[in-house]
Write a new protein. Structure first.
Length: 223
């Protein structure tokens, strides 16, 4: 008889919602299935800006001085597809299907009714300027080496199966995230410290990568 007791359980990816003032986790959202693929885009914040022309003497001396300079951390975005499926556990999903799981994700981009009522009250009181509603700090986790503050920028839901009460029981979600850096968050914000920790870990991983040689590049004598 084959035993699989020693096989480790796979780590799940997920989202942690944190109280920005207290730094205390409010909710942990564990994705039911890890996405099969991740699409990441990393765009540098070049000091010279985009669209600078090279060669031909078209650029100014100032632009040339800025060619290797960065204004801040790179802008990084993530996209992936998450699946939620309760078709094999309808007794657990009843009576709401996967409505609660979908609602939790949708509330990441919605103000609460209490916040909306408070803003409406200020308007009725004649407050001239009302500050935009602040949402809790959101962290995306993909294993221990990728824990970063993010903003949900895209949430597209494709519901593909329903129970007899038309509750959704299966859905595919396209999720887009923007990694929040120290350029996006105010000084002293807990999210800024978490981003710096994420960047420091990336630096450590980069130092572990094996370096190449000039010979591999066909440059036997160096540059």
């Amino acid at each position: 008889m084959t035993r699989y007791a020693d096989i480790p359980k796979p780590i799940r990816s997920g989202i942690v919602v944190v109280d920005s003032d207290l730094g205390i986790p409010q909710r942990i959202i564990v994705l039911q299935f890890n996405p099969d693929t991740l699409e990441r885009q990393v765009a540098p914040q070049a000091a010279g800006g985009e669209g600078d022309s090279g060669g031909g003497g078209g650029g100014s001396g100032g632009d040339r001085n800025e060619a290797l300079r960065l204004k801040g951390p790179a802008q990084e975005t993530w996209k992936f597809t998450a699946e939620i499926d309760a078709t094999d556990q309808l007794d657990v999903a009843a009576p709401d299907g996967i409505h609660p799981e979908l609602a939790v994700l949708e509330m990441l981009v919605q103000p609460t009714t209490a916040q909306l009522l408070a803003a409406s009250k200020l308007t009725k009181q004649g407050t001239i300027e009302i500050s935009p509603i602040e949402t809790p700090l959101t962290l995306f986790t993909w294993g221990s080496k990728r824990v970063m503050p993010v903003r949900l920028t895209e949430l597209s839901v494709n519901e593909s199966a329903f129970d007899v009460n038309l509750n959704p029981i299966r859905a595919s979600l396209s999720i887009g995230l923007k990694v929040l850096t120290v350029s996006d968050l105010p000084a002293g914000h807990p999210g800024a410290a978490l981003y710096l920790a994420h960047l420091a870990q990336k630096e450590q991983l980069a130092r572990r990568a094996r370096g190449g040689t000039f010979a591999q590049l066909g440059l036997g004598r160096g540059i």
